[in-house]
Design a protein around this ligand. Structure first.
Ligand SMILES: Nc1ncnc2c1ncn2[C@@H]1O[C@H](COP(=O)(O)OP(=O)(O)OP(=O)(O)O)[C@@H](O)[C@H]1O
Ligand SMILES: [Mg+2]
Length: 412
């Protein structure tokens, strides 16, 4: 049998870096096989929102160029992440009468009830990005995940809706267009990051996924295999770096190096005698590791207090199975211990796992959870849309346009 797959491009546009990757998805084993990848430093964003189109556009172009060179493909369309505190989640519900005389629920009934869910008043300054059904109620019976084929008089649906600031999304699109690429679909960064980091059990029992980036924490709560709460906090690892630079009177670059090489937020693991020289400074200036750790712990505690607020807003029932941390900022030493102490629940740090293959090397750590998760998101969309898979194509093919699920996503 000939191996068949679809070639897809994804771009994660973060505040500290843009990551682009090209992958074959599908094939005989349903794998995500990465054939091109690239990252570039981004200086054109603040807190997940574009502040400089040229700088962000140039970062996207650099990441895209690297992925194209490696793969031999040219990207025309891509699925991208969206972040920033303008991205908001809300729950909605809807109810319809089952239309068919035989009372069997068909896909048009499901479409209609989801149309009711999405018929919320969105102010003109905002746009609806995603509609994520969470559960159905069939003649009053709650907790139905697949209503198709059931017999009933009424069908109700619950859904999580994600909206975003129109201008913030338009500016992001401009940056992608600057790099000569059209946007296939916008995916909230939290949901992209959740794809390959949460287990089935975690999604079912009620788990909080937090992608700790440079200037955003993208949060999504999963319960009974559905998204029930989302939030974006405008804070992240770059705030820690700035505190270190101010507190220890170093450059930002030296502070970043000190943080990632010797930093920890678990004060109990630091011995009093540990000292390190400040990088890139004339003469030897020593800093105490305990001072570094205290600065980091203070800011990281504040970040977890804010995350605790989001968890409290979501409610205890849907968050009882604990917290999963990912994103570049989750690599901070001691982060699990501090998170457990403040959030008072189970915590683990996750890297993307799943049917990943191809040229990954070190491109599969917490910082790549969102970019790799985008492929999983697209794969689910392709499966649902029943898009015919292309035969495996040769080099110098063109990527994109396979699936345009713009502004809505239905997981049934
Ligand atoms: N070993 C490490 N220890 C502590 N922090 C780290 C480590 N490695 C990376 N980081 C931090 O991770 C952050 C970058 O994470 P990531 O690449 O996920 O952000 P981003 O996607 O660019 O930003 P955002 O999602 O906020 O827009 C930086 O603040 C960086 O200092
Ligand atoms: Mg990110």
């Amino acid at each position: 049998m000939e191996e068949r797959f679809t070639t897809v491009a994804a771009i994660d546009i973060g505040t500290s870096k843009v990551a682009c990757a090209i992958a074959h998805i599908g094939g005989l084993d349903g794998a995500i096989s990465v054939i091109g990848k690239g990252t570039a430093v981004n200086t054109g964003m603040r807190k997940g929102v574009v502040t400089d189109i040229e700088k962000t556009g140039a970062a996207i172009k650099a990441a895209v160029d690297a992925a194209e060179r490696l793969s031999g493909y040219e990207i025309q369309h891509a699925t991208i992440t969206v972040s920033g505190s303008h991205v908001e989640g809300m729950n909605s519900s809807g109810k319809v009468a089952v239309a068919n005389p035989d009372r069997e629920i068909r896909s048009d009934d499901v479409d209609r009830v989801l149309d009711v869910c999405r018929a919320i008043q969105v102010p003109s300054s905002r746009m609806l990005l995603n509609v994520l059904p969470s559960s159905y109620i069939v003649d009053g019976q709650e907790g139905i995940q697949q209503p198709l084929g059931m017999v009933a008089y009424s069908l109700e649906a619950r859904a999580h809706l994600i909206t975003a600031g129109s201008t913030a999304v338009q500016n992001l699109e401009k940056c992608v267009q600057y790099a000569g690429i059209a946007v296939d679909d916008y995916v909230p960064a939290s949901l992209a990051a959740a794809e390959l980091t949460l287990t089935e059990t975690e999604r079912d029992l009620g788990t909080v996924l937090v992608d700790i980036g440079a200037e955003t924490c993208d949060i999504a709560v999963f319960y009974q295999n559905a998204v029930v709460h989302t939030a974006v906090l405008p804070i992240g690892g770059a705030f820690i770096t700035r505190d270190v630079a101010i507190g220890l009177k170093t450059s930002l670059a030296a502070a970043e190096e000190l943080k990632t090489s010797y930093g920890t937020c678990d004060l109990r693991t630091v011995s009093v005698s540990e000292r390190y020289t400040v990088p890139d400074e004339p003469g030897d200036r020593y800093i105490e590791r305990a001072d570094l750790a205290r600065i980091i712990e203070a800011r990281m505690s504040e970040i977890f207090e804010m995350i605790a607020g989001v968890i409290a807003a979501a409610g205890p029932e849907v968050t009882s199975a604990g917290v999963v941390l990912t994103g570049g900022g989750a690599q901070l030493e001691g982060i699990e211990a501090l998170a457990r102490a403040i959030l008072k629940t189970g915590v683990r740090v996750a890297s993307p796992v799943g049917p990943l293959a191809g040229i990954l090397d070190d491109f599969r750590g917490p910082a790549q959870a969102a970019i790799l998760g985008l492929f999983s998101w697209v794969a689910v969309g392709l499966e649902e849309a029943g898009v015919a898979e292309e035969p495996s194509s040769s080099l110098l093919g063109r990527v994109g346009g396979a699936f345009t699920g713009v502004f809505s996503r239905f997981r049934r």
